[in-house]
Write a protein of this length. Structure first.
Length: 476
């Protein structure tokens, strides 16, 4: 018996107040493998009221109570690793090996990072005779996406718990099953009733109801810039805090002194990882014009190693895109690259050979891309790399920054001081030098239309806190 047709509200699994359901599609087969219930505004209201009622007690819980809960969640999460990976693979198409090694792992390391941060987090400080107190902002609404479901669920839920907030989570309705398993984990871990609640639903109904609800004090949203704007507008009437992690069009500047074979091949593979469905993917590769053709050859060879196929096949590197809508969008943008005169190095329109169903696409590399082309301007969210030649570093930096987005950027150089100098000029929330290991203790978030606020470790905890000054508190 699954909980797919129920919501988790006030510490128990409950039936929805309406009978709206949605098929969950396996993108590798284009067939439904389960159904979920869709929340009405009344279901959202029920969940919010439960969280609101639980806030006075949970917000006064001790650091040790919160740490104890998070440690229990981590232990149970680890025990259900394979089950979560299966769900992620079926709901959003990730190869099973990638789901285990990256998708589920991401949730684990965020739990670990939050626990470590909470152990030493300072909630108070003394300034003269005033006490500065950082306390939970209140009841929070959390809306998470389908592309990295556990990553985004955990890097919102864990710091909200650490801050002393109560919450309502709405996972993406496209990839909801892993979120339901996470709710089971929260229940199994003994989360006090009302502290964590989950409803499934679509953005226009459940998401809008959460964003506008007068008892929700903050919205934390990850998804498209378009949807993030709608959340912010709906939240404005009640003057909520809104934290947003939105779209990206990340530049990857390969400097002339870089190891080209390593820099170009690694950048290509990073662009294609998760079938290109990552908001911080390095989708615009800037290379010196004199080495443009060399870069195309390296990128083509790297692309050919990205085997597309059945997510359950151990040889598969890239699974399908998540949906028909995403498939159609990527096909449209590949065609625009061809129509606007970019050089098609490999890939192109249609499915890879031998695949006649599923939302599979061909890993695609374009060369001779101009800055004004659609594929250089729009977020594609598929395995499509644009390689842009540049004549000077100033030109590369200028074009890298000339975008409405500012989530991430990448710089490659054999000279660390050189790379640091370029990194300092890039307008992005995260700048990666020479493809470092992922750091879950560094802040993650964007400039410009890539959002506001920061996630991960103590940065995430700060986002869920209000600052209070108690003036005249007394001597230190």
């Amino acid at each position: 018996m699954t909980n797919n047709l129920q919501f988790f509200i006030d510490g128990q699994w409950v039936k929805p107040l309406t009978d709206r359901t949605l098929d969950v599609i396996n993108p590798a087969t284009e067939e439904a493998f389960t159904k979920i219930a869709l929340a009405s505004p009344e279901d959202v209201d029920r969940a919010v009221k439960a969280a609101h009622a639980a806030f006075p007690v949970w917000s006064q819980s001790s650091r040790e109570e919160r740490l104890s809960l998070l440690r229990r969640v981590l232990e149970i999460y680890n025990s259900r690793w394979d089950e979560i990976a299966e769900a992620v693979s079926m709901e959003m198409g990730a190869p099973l090996s990638f789901a285990k090694a990256a998708q589920v792992w991401a949730g684990q390391v965020h739990l670990e990072a939050t626990i470590k941060a909470l152990e030493t987090f300072s909630f108070t400080e003394q300034r003269g005779t005033s006490r500065i107190v950082r306390e939970a902002i209140g009841t929070v609404g959390l809306i998470t996406p389908w592309n990295w479901p556990l990553n985004q669920i955990v890097c919102k839920v864990a710091p909200a718990i650490a801050a002393g907030c109560t919450m309502v989570l709405k996972p993406s309705e496209i990839a909801p099953v892993s979120g339901l398993i996470f709710a089971e984990i929260m229940h199994q871990a003994g989360t006090p009733k009302g502290v964590f609640n989950l409803v499934n639903g679509d953005g226009p109904t459940a998401g809008a109801a959460m964003s506008a609800h007068p008892l929700i004090d903050m919205m934390s949203f990850t998804g498209s810039t378009r949807a993030g704007i709608l959340v912010a507008k709906a939240a404005a009437d009640t003057v909520k805090r809104v934290a947003q992690e939105l779209g990206g069009k990340s530049p990857n500047i390969i400097l002339a002194d870089a190891d080209f074979e390593v820099a170009v091949s690694t950048g290509t593979n990073l662009c294609f990882a998760n079938t290109g469905q990552s908001c911080d993917a390095p989708t615009r590769m800037f290379v010196p014009r004199a080495r443009h053709d060399e870069a195309l050859d390296i990128a083509r060879r790297a692309a050919e190693t990205n085997i597309v196929g059945d997510p359950r096949d151990a040889a598969t590197v890239l699974g399908p895109l998540v949906s028909q809508a995403q498939f159609d969008k990527v096909q449209r943008l590949i065609q625009s690259g061809i129509d606007e005169g970019a050089t098609l190095v490999c890939g192109g329109m249609g499915r890879p050979a031998g695949l006649n169903r599923g939302y599979f696409v061909r890993p695609t590399v374009f060369g001779n891309v101009r800055h004004d082309m659609t594929i250089s301007r729009e977020e594609i969210f598929g395995p499509v790399l644009s390689i842009l030649p540049y004549d000077s570093e100033d030109e590369a930096v200028c074009y890298a920054n000339d975008t409405v987005y500012g989530l991430a950027a990448y710089v490659s150089s054999s000279d660390l001081a050189h790379a640091r100098g370029v990194a300092a000029r890039l307008r992005a929330g995260t700048v990666n030098i020479n493809y470092p290991d992922w750091d879950t203790h560094a802040p993650f978030g964007g400039y410009k239309q890539s959002g506001n606020g920061r996630e991960y470790a103590d940065w995430g905890i700060h986002d869920f806190l209000e600052t209070k000054g108690i003036v005249g508190y007394g001597l230190p």
